[in-house]
Write a protein that binds this ligand. Structure first.
Ligand code: PMP
Length: 286
């Protein structure tokens, strides 16, 4: 039995899951998405992800054709139909089929797609050694253009930075905003630890408000670790004791080299290790 994909109310075989070439998601990246993760059959911070999806949709004047509860049910149904309990989920809402023109209000109704898959993790040894990354020249979208808080189907801004990283031989890249401040990585948020305190760029820096980021901020504060949202420069990263990235798939992974500068002692640091353990404990429901 092959993988089953949810397409607008029906679970269909992967090879039968199709959308039109006139779908606005394809023609213009006109739609929104979410990436979620289930641990032992429970979707981590499900409500927060569903809220973020609905907020993204509202921001682009797109009405999701299901209630939050029905959408959540559809995600669990898709997991169950595939016999998956530890999995990655991708929820996609496109504006649907329209004409070739730009007018979004001509569309015949949004399409909702739910795909479950194995989790695409960074190689396990990278959690031991830490990542080397670079700063990309591609600037993160300005919040007054396409706000990075919208998890839209158009990820070209991020993909351009990812290409820079890959061409430089690394798998993630830092993006600065148009003021030259640190924003985030192409698919992960970024943190530093300095003097025992954590810092991460604020949402006005032009970032996706990551749910793992939010979880880490909360877990750190609950553990008595000072954790602040503040503007960061490249200098702050280079001079930090520790640096790490957070995201649904990556969870929390240390960065040990940025633009050729060794961070701290060049190994994953104690705060990163402690917070990864706390994050995994929360995900496991402990
Ligand atoms: N920033 C970007 C650009 C992302 O695409 C993601 C999600 N892959 C993140 C940050 C991390 O967000 P979350 O913790 O909600 O997965």
């Amino acid at each position: 039995m092959g993988l089953k994909v949810y397409v607008s109310g029906q679970l269909v075989e992967k090879d039968e899951a199709r959308i039109s070439v006139f779908d606005r998601g394809l023609l213009y990246g006109d739609g929104v998405f979410e990436g979620l993760r289930a641990y032992g059959g429970t979707i981590f911070r499900c409500r927060q992800h569903v809220d973020r999806l609905f907020d993204s949709a509202r921001a682009i004047a797109l009405t999701i054709p299901l209630t939050e509860d029905k959408l959540t049910q559809a995600m669990y149904d898709t997991l169950e139909a595939n016999g998956l309990s530890d999995a990655y989920l991708r929820v996609i809402v496109t504006r649907g089929v329209g004409s070739l023109g730009l007018d979004p209000f001509e569309c015949r109704g949004p399409r909702l797609i739910i795909i479950t898959d194995r989790i695409a993790l960074y190689p396990p040894e990278l959690y031991e050694t830490g990542l080397e990354i670079i700063t990309a020249a591609t600037v993160r979208n300005a919040p007054n253009a396409v706000n990075p808080r919208i998890k839209s189907l158009n990820y070209l801004n991020n993909i351009l930075a990812k290409i820079e990283g890959l061409q430089a031989g690394v798998i993630e890249a830092i993006m600065l905003n148009s003021h030259g401040m640190v924003a985030e990585c192409t698919g992960d948020n970024i943190f530093i630890a300095a003097g025992g305190a954590l810092a991460t760029p604020p949402s006005h820096a032009g970032i996706l408000a990551g749910i793992t980021r939010d979880a880490v901020l909360g877990l750190a504060r609950a553990a008595g670790i000072e954790a602040r949202e503040r503007d960061l420069t490249s200098f702050d990263l280079y001079a930090a004791d520790e640096c790490f990235l957070t995201g649904t798939a990556a969870e929390l992974i240390s960065v040990v080299k940025i633009d050729g500068r060794t961070i701290g002692d060049g190994k994953p640091g104690p705060l990163a290790r402690r917070l990864l353990a706390l994050l995994r404990a929360e995900a496991a429901g402990k």
